[in-house]
Design a protein around this ligand. Structure first.
Ligand code: GLP
Length: 260
């Protein structure tokens, strides 16, 4: 794992955006895996600004989002489809016919999960998968005890996850109970994973992910098995790591190591 720690969230976001811009410059037809949640908002703002400044184009890229709530359609105000259009897709030059998310309003979520996984494979696989982390260590909606080789499927959300996401819904009880999510195995199949975490609320999950045992209890810890996992943190999210001195030594201020 490459652990990059920045003094503040703004610098962490800039680094994450730079990784994406660099990947798109090297491969304009990049297959980019995307995440949702509050952490990603400033990152998408930064990408939109970079696009507007002419520093990046998404014209040839394709995107696959990690997850979507079951039972709500793409036009629902709280769907991840809407989130992605509002914060990113409507503001960049991406061909929206190449932006994919699981359909939460599908007739059969089991069939939809298999279709989505197959679509990722047919696209040639994900080049760069962006990730956030839940306070319970989830990635996508892979809640604790998710199989570490799971593929896209239905997951039942934990009470804590529903509570954390209730802020987006008018009535807390409307927060969906189920989601379709790429599996931990789907995420591990991507060629590069880029996880962004900021704020003290994530510190415990980050410590378990980076320095804990590989365990389904913390699905993000499966990234320890990934050959190219980059973890971008601000110092608050990094607060409970024990080997911080080493991470700073290898990547001072989040810089590339001397070997690069
Ligand atoms: C959500 C999403 C995850 C996201 C996480 C953290 O439930 N399914 O992909 O990483 O929770 O969200 P936030 O950034 O709002 O803390």
């Amino acid at each position: 794992m490459k652990v990059l720690i920045f003094d503040d969230a703004e610098r962490a976001v800039i680094s994450a955006a730079d990784h994406i811009v660099t990947a798109l410059s090297a491969k304009p037809e990049l297959v980019l895996g995307l995440a949702t949640g509050g952490t990603m908002l400033p990152l998408y703002q930064r990408l939109v600004a970079q696009y507007q400044a002419g520093r990046v184009s998404f014209a040839k890229a394709a995107t696959f989002n990690l997850d979507e709530y079951i039972g709500i359609g793409p036009d629902h105000a709280c769907s991840y489809h809407t989130y992605m259009r509002d914060v990113l897709f409507n503001h960049i030059d991406i061909d929206q016919s190449r932006t994919f998310l699981p359909r939460g309003d599908c007739a059969d979520p089991v069939v939809e999960a298999a279709r989505y996984e197959a679509l990722i494979t047919e696209s040639g696989g994900i080049d760069l998968q962006l990730l956030g982390i839940g306070q319970n260590g989830h990635i996508g909606f892979n809640e604790p005890t998710s199989s570490l080789s799971s593929l896209t499927r239905i997951k039942t959300l934990t009470a804590d996850t529903r509570q954390a996401n209730a802020r987006y819904f008018e009535n807390a009880e409307d927060t969906p109970k189920y989601a379709l999510t790429m599996g931990v195995g789907s995420i591990l199949a991507s060629r590069h994973t880029l996880l962004l975490a900021t704020g003290t609320a994530k510190a415990k999950a980050v410590a378990a992910m980076v320095e804990g045992p590989v365990s389904a209890v913390c699905p993000a810890s499966a990234l320890q098995l990934h050959p190219k996992a980059t973890i971008i943190l601000d110092k608050d999210a990094a607060a409970r790591l024990e080997l911080t001195e080493y991470y700073h030594h290898v990547h001072p201020q989040g810089a590339e190591s001397a070997w690069n």
